[in-house]
Every structure is written in structure tokens, then in C-alpha cells.
Design a protein around this ligand. Structure first.
Ligand code: FES
Length: 56
């Protein structure tokens, strides 16, 4: 599912990035550019990060 419509970023892309060590939103923002336009996706992206980190 798309999390960031502005940048076309899916939840799977975010999960994979977290698994690869990008556990901070700032890191995801730099690598995937998630949340760099309207910002509406930031909250959901952070929830996905937190859920993924919890599984680690
Ligand atoms: Fe992610 Fe707009 S939906 S920046």
C-alpha cells in the first residue's frame, strides 16, 4: 500500500529500509524522500517504523 503518495513510497519499501538499518525517520527521509513534500504521510511512516523496530 502507498504510504507517501507524493513520492510513491509503499509500506514495503519503508519496512525493507528499516530492516536494512534505517530505523530513524530522518534516515528514511534522506534515502527514500518519504515525507519531503506535503508531509501528510509522516505520521503513518513513523508508525510503520515503530512497528518494524518492535519486531527486531
Ligand atoms: Fe508523503 Fe506527501 S504523501 S510527502
Amino acid at each position: 500500500m502507498y504510504v507517501c503518495l507524493c513520492r510513491g513510497i509503499t509500506d514495503n519499501q519503508i519496512r525493507k529500509a528499516v530492516q536494512a538499518g534505517k530505523t530513524e525517520f530522518k534516515q528514511l527521509k534522506q534515502s527514500l524522500e518519504v515525507g519531503t513534500q506535503c508531509g501528510k504521510c509522516v505520521r503513518m511512516a513513523m508508525e510503520i517504523i515503530a512497528a518494524e523496530v518492535d519486531k527486531m
